[in-house]
Design a protein around this ligand. Sequence first.
Ligand code: ADP
Ligand code: MG
Length: 241
Amino acid sequence: MQTPRLEIRNIVRRFDGRRVVDDVSLTIQPGDVTCLLGPSGCGKSTTLRMIAGVDMQDEGEIYVDGKLICDTVFRVPPERRQIGLMFQDFALFPHLSVGDNVAFGLRDGKAEKRRRAGELLERVGLSRFIDDFPHQLSGGEQQRVALARALAPRPRIMLMDEPFSGLDNRLRDGIRDETLALLKEEGTSVLLVTHEPEEAMRMADEIALMRGGQIVQRGAPYNIYNRPVDKAAVAFFSDVN
Ligand code: ADP
Ligand code: MG
């Protein structure tokens, strides 16, 4: 069997004695898009923060490509995990050009930085803005720049926390599809957090359904949708058409 790109084993995170993440295990295969799907407050963002390394679990281990990056005593710092991040509040640097924003995380020479930034901007259809500043772009365009920036250093895994929820409805489907196409082209493994079943159905190779700090069901979107594990899962999916 292939070594998973990401494996989390029996992760527990307590806040004030409450198990907000309650024995979560999850594997992501290279190149796969896995959606962590569940209602607000179920522990999705907390799980992502531990993988990113900005929070630390009380129990359990995290592995990337079979190598331990974090248990309860050992911890690789966030900047050395080769993990890309994208959140709803994607915050480009306002004082840097679009090209410099995309190149920000790169350690190459100037020419190579500009080449890679140009390549990614081309892929998201925004190369003409390379020397402009973020405020000159629309919200949807800024979002695509943020995606290009996150992908530029070729992260092993991309963590995305409700990245589309701040976007206008009219834009959202198009940007979801473009984002997915680019992630697939780059071969990036993704853990995408969302509370919207429709988004998970549209984007995921695998869905992990989360509730009350636990993963209650795991599988391909089609199977999860057609064979929900219980009545609560049926209700949760009922707004997907
Ligand atoms: P989700 O992303 O699924 O909406 P979160 O992971 O943000 O959920 O939060 C899960 C639960 O943990 C919530 O009840 C939230 O209030 C609580 N929580 C998150 N972070 C903290 C914290 N730093 N201190 C105390 N409680 C927290
Ligand atoms: Mg959240």
